[in-house]
Design a protein around this ligand. Structure first.
Ligand SMILES: O=C(O)CCC(=O)C(=O)O
Ligand SMILES: [Fe+2]
Length: 204
């Protein structure tokens, strides 16, 4: 797959727009998918796995406290990102989507899926404004591909995209409140994957 955005090598304006394809979904949601969007993704995976202060979390689930099945890191707006390639990617995403979004992406959430036992359950990013307003969440995946599934809230067929090695997906419109997404567990041998989620202020 030919990468169209060479982080740290090309200027942020040198993205080939045609390499990102938009799919309109029901209920005012859409996704943009850019296969191999980020060049140097395998090297970025290695660097991030080393330098990011990954932490495990535990969350209350009903009457139990359980391990969150992935490692996490979070960079709030203004906090330095852990690799210059992420600054470049953020700038490129803001160049491309800033006008349509009406504000910049500002925060970066990182997830490390160590193997097929790590996952994220069905959810929308609705803790913040995404629960009530149209917004965008841009996700860059590095490392081994994992399927990201999307399904309409309230039921319907799911859509699958295998995302790794620099693939970009942007969930837009009403996607966070009218659809759900998940990275399911798998018993197949699966290499590690890191996802980098860029969100605007107030979207979680
Ligand atoms: O790993 C991914 O691509 C999805 C992560 C996600 O949905 C989230 O952190 O809200
Ligand atoms: Fe999410």
């Amino acid at each position: 797959m030919t990468a169209v955005f060479q982080a740290s090598l090309l200027g942020a304006d040198e993205i080939v727009g045609s390499a990102i394809r938009r799919t309109r979904l029901d209920h005012g949601a859409w996704i943009d998918v850019g296969p191999g969007w980020l060049a140097g993704a395998d090297e970025l995976f290695s660097r991030l796995s080393e330098v990011v202060p990954w932490h495990a979390e535990r969350r209350r689930m009903y009457d139990k406290v359980v391990d969150v099945p992935r490692l996490l890191a979070y960079y709030d707006e203004g906090e330095p990102l852990p690799d210059p390639a992420l600054d470049d990617a953020l700038r490129a995403l803001n160049d491309r989507y800033g006008q349509e979004l009406g504000e910049p992406f500002r925060t970066a959430g990182l997830c490390f899926y160590r193997d097929g036992r790590d996952s994220v359950a069905w959810h929308g990013d609705t803790l913040g404004r995404g629960g009530t307003e149209d917004t965008m969440v841009a996700i860059i995946s590095v490392g081994a591909p994992r399927p990201l599934l999307l399904r309409p809230r309230g039921g319907g067929a799911s859509i699958r995209h295998d995302l790794g090695h620099g693939d970009l997906i942007v969930m837009g419109g009403s996607c966070q409140r009218t659809w759900e997404h998940a990275i399911p567990k798998t018993s197949r041998p699966t290499g590690p994957r890191i996802s980098i989620q860029f969100r605007p202020r107030g979207v979680r």
